[in-house]
Design a protein around this ligand. Structure first.
Ligand code: FMN
Length: 243
């Protein structure tokens, strides 16, 4: 198995210790990306990634290397401490550079583990935010470890071990989970946008190239008949809304 770790902390301390503990339960190769070292300039809001192509991003030379590592991985680990009740600016800046994945989700066969540490507050909220972002990207299943480390010298490893073992077993199984209803709604929102009368060209190209426009969800992920019907109805509604 291949795992990529995106570390959004500027240092290797509390959050990193949690990642190291989780790694003990995973078998495979690890690629570590420390965003602090990557030095991605701030997203300048040029919209080129969303409107034209991610390759037009002025920082594509750095961002593409990280995205390629994620594409090659079976499991993606995203780690961040809580900073001012949110993810760190390092991780948020990476998410801003990859916001085009909201329009063009491309991680349907991937599983992810979110690792968040805090002094005392905000860990669940921040883990949920990362989870939401990854699900917009299409990630099939997200596991979460969120922990308050304030004032503690040693890690409470029980939660880390339990969750990371489940994550490892799931990655190794290769099993695809049925999407949640909200994931189907988002799929149909972007699909409807891609086939609208005035689509964003990059989205239109992507949805056609991947043949997602002819499916109720990514073909790699099976839907039961009820969810298929739900997706078809959602798509019709979204197409009307887009008009
Ligand atoms: C700039 C900054 C902002 C922080 N904001 C919060 C916060 O809003 N709530 C909180 O409980 N802890 C906050 N903390 C504490 C960190 O989340 C906590 O110490 C975390 O475990 C640090 O992880 P690290 O060792 O991987 O850097 C903040 C720390 C820093 C440096």
């Amino acid at each position: 198995m291949k795992y990529v770790i995106i570390n959004g902390s500027p240092r290797r301390k509390n959050t990193w210790k949690m990642v190291e503990q989780a790694k003990m339960n995973l078998k495979g190769d690890f690629e570590e990306i420390h965003l602090m070292k990557e030095k991605i300039p701030m997203c300048n809001g040029c919209y080129k990634c969303i409107m034209e192509s991610e390759e037009k991003c002025p920082h594509n030379d750095i961002v593409k290397l990280i995205v390629d590592r994620m594409m090659e991985a079976d499991g993606i680990i995203i780690a961040s401490p809580v900073y001012a009740m949110n993810v760190t600016a390092l991780l948020k800046n990476f998410f801003d550079h990859t916001a085009y994945f909201y329009h063009r989700p491309d991680f349907f066969t991937k599983k992810a583990l979110v690792v968040v540490s805090t002094a005392g507050a905000g860990h669940k909220k921040v883990a949920n935010y990362i989870d939401e972002t990854l699900r917009h990207w299409g990630v099939n299943k997200v596991y979460k470890i969120a922990m308050a480390c304030g004032g503690k010298d040693s890690l409470e490893t029980k939660q880390i071990d339990e969750v990371s073992k489940k994550f490892a077993a799931d990655v190794e199984s290769g099993k695809m989970h049925s999407p949640k209803f909200m994931d189907i709604v988002f799929f149909d929102v972007w699909k409807a946008m891609a086939v609208s009368s005035n689509p964003i060209k990059a989205d239109e190209e992507f949805w056609h190239k991947k043949d997602l426009i002819n499916h109720d969800f990514s073909p790699e992920v099976k839907l039961n008949p009820f969810k298929k019907l739900f997706s078809k109805l959602m798509f019709l509604i979204m197409k009307k809304v887009m008009k």
